[in-house]
Design a protein around this ligand. Structure first.
Ligand code: FES
Length: 254
């Protein structure tokens, strides 16, 4: 059993590239620090989330966990929120003798500045970009198409919804839409950054009705696919309407 763990914390994106790159860093570290459990996690836009990675460390027996943010530039607000997220996770694991620490932002390390200086000082480094005469300002013609659709679904993949499990929920929801033949036909899916009411996350919004679905999980996603997209009926157990006062998380069991 490995008593120490390192979690490399990255930022996700719309393609698999961040996952591939982070997996490469994890592998490099595994070769160097062989007596630690090494995991990757994402602040947003991808899974596993940081709480999921911390759970995995604790379940495997690690008692000292170092979280290493591996993204630049640093966002101080995001850094402060990550500390809060870890404190909440530790409160849920009180009595387990698990200690978590967070390293300094990557951009604060002199080695990063040195690496940039080294790369920029090499006049022949980088891929050559060849000139193409007559290339239009626009890309492929497909990027000028607004696809016909019945519903527009905005899925939040901001940091707080990611920490609350939006990645797994949206993967499940999009899989259901794919299986039902609705994805990108009846339902045009767009993944977004923070939509604002983070305490109600995971959050998604369905247009044209403008229904805000809150506290989404797999079973809620199944109901939205079957009832809202399938039959045109809003799933009121999870639906919220914009209002000036704070709203409560859905509790479908009540
Ligand atoms: S992160 Fe999803 S609403 Fe803020």
């Amino acid at each position: 059993m490995k008593r120490h763990a390192v979690v490399l914390l990255g930022r996700g994106g719309y393609s698999d590239a961040p996952k591939v790159q982070l997996a490469g860093l994890v592998k490099r570290l595994e070769c160097t620090i062989t007596d630690n459990l090494i995991l990757g996690a994402f602040v947003d836009q991808a899974t596993p989330s940081l709480p999921q990675a911390l759970d995995e460390c604790a379940e495997s027996g690690a008692r000292r966990i170092l979280v290493v943010p591996v993204y630049v530039p640093d966002d101080r607000n995001l850094g402060a929120w990550i500390l809060k997220l870890i404190k909440r996770w530790m409160a849920n694991h009180a009595g387990e003798d698990v200690h978590v620490s967070v390293s300094r932002p990557l951009g604060d390390h002199e080695a990063i500045a040195e690496a940039v200086v080294q790369i920029a000082s090499d006049p022949v480094s980088g891929d050559h970009v060849s000139q193409v005469v007559g290339l239009s300002d626009n890309g492929e013609p497909g990027w000028s198409v607004i696809p016909p659709h019945k519903y527009h679904l905005l899925q939040c993949r901001g940091p707080r919804c990611t920490a609350r499990g939006s990645g797994d929920t949206w993967d499940h929801l999009n899989g259901r839409l794919q299986d039902e033949g609705m994805l990108d036909k009846d339902v045009l899916v767009a993944q977004t950054g923070c939509l604002y009411p983070c305490n109600l996350g995971p959050v998604m919004v369905v247009y044209p009705e403008g229904v805000w679905y809150c506290g989404m999980d797999r079973s809620a996603a199944d109901r939205v696919v079957d009832e809202h997209f399938g039959k045109g009926q809003v799933v009121s157990d999870y639906a919220r309407t914009p209002a000036p006062q704070a709203q409560r998380m859905p509790d479908p069991s009540s």
